[in-house]
Design a protein around this ligand. Structure first.
Ligand code: PGA
Length: 310
């Protein structure tokens, strides 16, 4: 590393400026960053000007009413996040030495994990009351975008991405089952052949869903073409549609967690089911996990089974 540049930056830029810079990038505006940090807008502008002088290049450019990062701004942003992350970790490690687990856990989960994640977080926060949680629930495709952008600490997904850039580990079984209304002609039948499902209208999750991926793989491997009547972007909407007699579907058994298996829907006994899907938790390989994120990983490995017993 060029020592001269290193010293020059240390002398000319401050952590506060980086914090202001990060807030502008996150919120997309000087005004909102000023509000969030309880500063005036002229102070924010002045600090960014000083940061730009320290770096020696402009960091933002204005196109119309919008503020964009310049090439240099993007590089500074990349490193700013690392600095902020390192400081967060420092804070948490110190708290850890003091015997406290404090800090924020940023968790992003696929839609179907919403049946599991809040329960796990509830128990985790009971154990560590100093922890704040930011939970993002989205479908598989969006979650992979967030993972690529390093927006969160940990990610929960059915099938992890096949790339060495990420580390994922399975921690809990997530069986996918065939659901039908109790009045369905196949309800109560034993060892139904999967081909028979093609005789009935099927309700499919939206493109980009991990559940959909598993269902498509299962039927494609057997050369079965389903009669898809509709696509819905939510497990809850699908359950209502099944109940209304609009079709059958395949969902995670966890989607029944609140009503239990004695509810209005029934699980069909189809050969090859349940599809043995697994929940995986992970992060990008380059991520330095915080004390809290590490504690949550351990917690998932030891407590998940008891949390999800239904
Ligand atoms: P989904 O994902 O909620 O987007 O269907 C589930 C999964 O990844 O298994």
């Amino acid at each position: 590393m060029d020592n001269r540049i290193n010293k020059q930056l240390l002398r000319h830029i401050s952590l506060r400026q980086l914090q202001i810079f990060e807030a502008i990038v996150q919120l997309g505006s000087y005004t909102r960053a000023a509000e969030q940090l309880f500063l005036t807008q002229p102070t924010v502008s002045m600090q960014i000007k000083k940061l730009e002088q320290g770096i020696g290049l402009p960091l933002f450019e204005q196109i119309g009413k919008k503020t964009y990062l310049t090439e240099a701004g993007k590089i500074v942003h990349d490193h700013t996040r690392q600095v902020i992350e390192a400081l967060d970790n420092l804070e948490m490690k110190i708290a850890d030495i003091q015997g406290l687990k404090t800090g924020t856990l940023r968790l992003a989960v696929v839609t179907t994990a919403k049946y599991f994640a809040p329960r796990a977080l509830g128990k985790f926060c009971e154990r560590y009351p100093g922890v704040d949680v930011a939970l993002k629930v989205t479908n598989r495709e969006r979650l992979l975008e967030r993972l690529a952008q390093n927006n969160d600490d940990l990610y929960i997904i059915g099938r992890p991405p096949q790339s060495d850039d990420y580390i994922f580990q399975p921690y809990l079984a997530n069986p996918l089952v065939v659901l039908a209304p109790r009045s369905h002609p196949l309800a109560g039948k034993r060892r139904i052949k999967p081909e028979r499902l093609a005789e009935f209208p099927f309700i499919m999750r939206e493109p980009g869903s991990g559940t959909r991926m598993a269902v498509e793989d299962f039927f494609a491997q057997r050369g079965i073409k389903l009669k898809i009547r509709m696509e819905l972007g939510s497990n809850e909407a699908i359950k209502h549609a099944i109940d209304a007699g609009l079709g059958i579907s395949v969902l995670s058994r966890h989607a029944l967690v609140l009503e239990g298996e004695e509810g209005r829907l029934t699980i069909l006994d189809v050969q090859g089911f349940p599809i043995p899907w697994q929940w995986h938790v992970g992060h990008s390989r380059s991520k330095h996990l915080s004390v809290v994120a590490n504690a949550f990983l351990d917690f998932l490995k030891t407590e998940s089974d008891s949390i999800m017993r239904i």
